[in-house]
Design a protein around this ligand. Structure first.
Ligand SMILES: [Zn+2]
Length: 190
């Protein structure tokens, strides 16, 4: 299995070098993001488990339960967070056994202050993370670059309406860099 180290991650914005990502284009695997502070690592999404991280994040947030975002979580990771309304009975959902329900709407990590936004639609437990200082929005499979958004056919009852509400809410978020779960990163002028 291919091993991935923290140095494989690349900064996204020269102003915020501690926010880094690793994109995989050649298979159904989520993009992975890390935020670094001193020797600590916060991570957003784990990928599909078909490669192996040789480091342990101190905290990881899963934007939703689809396996291509969650199967990379290892059994010995301690702080693994998923939204409590994620529905394990829906297709392609894989919730790691050590994942805990995320309660609360804020998470502080070093100088960074994350707002946790519940954005159902793609799945009932989809969430986005908005970091106030850098104005990065980590949008999972809810919102993609160039106006794209996630599929709603796997999201359970009322997924279409919920997605519309979630996208409306995200339109109010003053982000400058959109970091989706797949594909391109989108930048707005600062
Ligand atoms: Zn998904």
């Amino acid at each position: 299995m291919k091993s991935i180290s923290i140095s494989d991650f690349e900064p996204i914005d020269a102003k915020f070098k501690d926010i880094q990502f690793l994109a995989i284009d050649d298979r159904t695997c989520s993009s992975r993001y890390v935020i670094r502070y001193k020797d600590k690592i916060m991570m957003i999404d784990a990928g599909d488990g078909q490669d192996e991280l040789d480091f342990t994040p101190d905290s990881i947030f899963l934007t939703h339960g689809h396996y291509d975002h969650t199967k990379g979580v290892k059994a010995d990771w301690k702080e693994v967070w998923i939204h409590p309304s994620e529905d394990a009975s829906l297709p392609f959902i894989h919730i790691p056994k050590n994942a805990k329900p995320l309660i609360g709407q804020h998470f502080d990590f070093g100088p960074f202050h994350f707002n946790i936004l519940h954005t159902p639609g793609h799945t009932p437990g989809s969430m986005c993370l908005f970091e106030e200082k850098s104005q990065f929005l980590f949008s999972g499979d809810t919102k993609f670059a160039n106006g794209g958004y996630g599929r709603t056919d796997l999201g359970g009852p009322d997924a279409v309406e919920k997605m519309a509400e979630s996208l409306q809410m995200l339109a109010q978020v003053p982000y400058k860099v959109l970091c989706p779960g797949h594909g391109e990163i989108e930048r707005r002028e600062r």
